[in-house]
Design a protein around this ligand. Structure first.
Ligand code: DC
Length: 225
């Protein structure tokens, strides 16, 4: 098992950008677990499933597919299909995919399905893993743990700018509503809810620049370069 830097926090706290840069700086692999949940949700939606389906329906729909990363891209693949599967890296970034990722991630069948994929990523290399339950459920034994937070408005603004940059139409009001809905769902669910681990270092990113957040994390890790 490699070293794991586990980073959790709510939607829009800046986890992905920060985690990617920390991974690059330290020569670790970056594991964006939200992307795995988004890809699984995309597959379930394509199969016509929604929040009204049972766990058994979900399990059946996920049976025989793989979700994985290759060279920084996310793939969905029917196991019966020949390599390489479908690159869904763009398709998972819509607001709808984010919404359903949050909806389906509350379901045990989905969490069980992705658990091993995430654990396996740490067998092969040192990783920076970011998500909602990295520090609590998937890597409770992580080498270093962080919880990134920011004000609701700050997170909505970040979400808004990220989506705008990708050419996705959204208003600030919609971004704020999306952040609130996701906070509610991701932190109130029964299984693996978003919460700060007792032993995680908490960083509020609201008034910090990206560089300041990176510096704080590297300092906590003990990197002096
Ligand atoms: O980080 P993100 O916005 O890409 O995540 C999409 C959704 O996936 C998020 O609303 C909750 C879910 N998720 C989760 O439940 N557990 C994780 N480790 C990562 C994401």
């Amino acid at each position: 098992m490699g070293r794991v830097i586990a980073i959790d926090g709510p939607s829009g706290a800046g986890k992905s950008t920060v985690s990617k840069l920390i991974a690059e700086r330290l020569g670790f692999e970056f594991l964006d677990t939200g992307a795995l949940y988004r890809a699984a949700a995309l597959h379930l939606r394509r199969k016509g499933l929604d929040e009204n389906n049972t766990d058994d329906d979900i399990k059946r729909a996920l049976n025989g597919i793989s979700v994985f990363f290759k060279e920084g891209r996310v793939y969905l693949k029917e196991n019966s299909e020949l390599y390489p599967g479908e690159d869904v890296s763009e398709a998972i970034r819509t607001t709808e995919a984010g919404h359903y990722a949050s909806v389906f991630s509350a379901r045990k069948a989905v969490r069980d399905f992705l658990f091993q994929v995430q654990r396996d990523a740490a067998i092969r290399s040192d990783i920076v893993a970011e998500g909602r339950d990295m520090t609590t459920v998937v890597f409770p034994d992580a080498w270093k743990k962080f919880y990134l937070d920011a004000s609701e408005e700050g997170r909505a603004k970040r979400r808004y700018l990220q989506l705008k940059e990708k050419g996705i139409e959204i208003t600030m009001e919609e971004a704020l509503r999306d952040v609130r809905e996701r906070d509610e769902r991701d932190s109130k669910r029964d299984i693996a809810p978003l919460k700060k681990a007792d032993d995680a270092v908490c960083i509020d990113t609201t008034d910090l620049s990206l560089n300041e957040v990176i510096e704080k994390i590297l300092k906590a890790i003990g990197d002096r370069r």
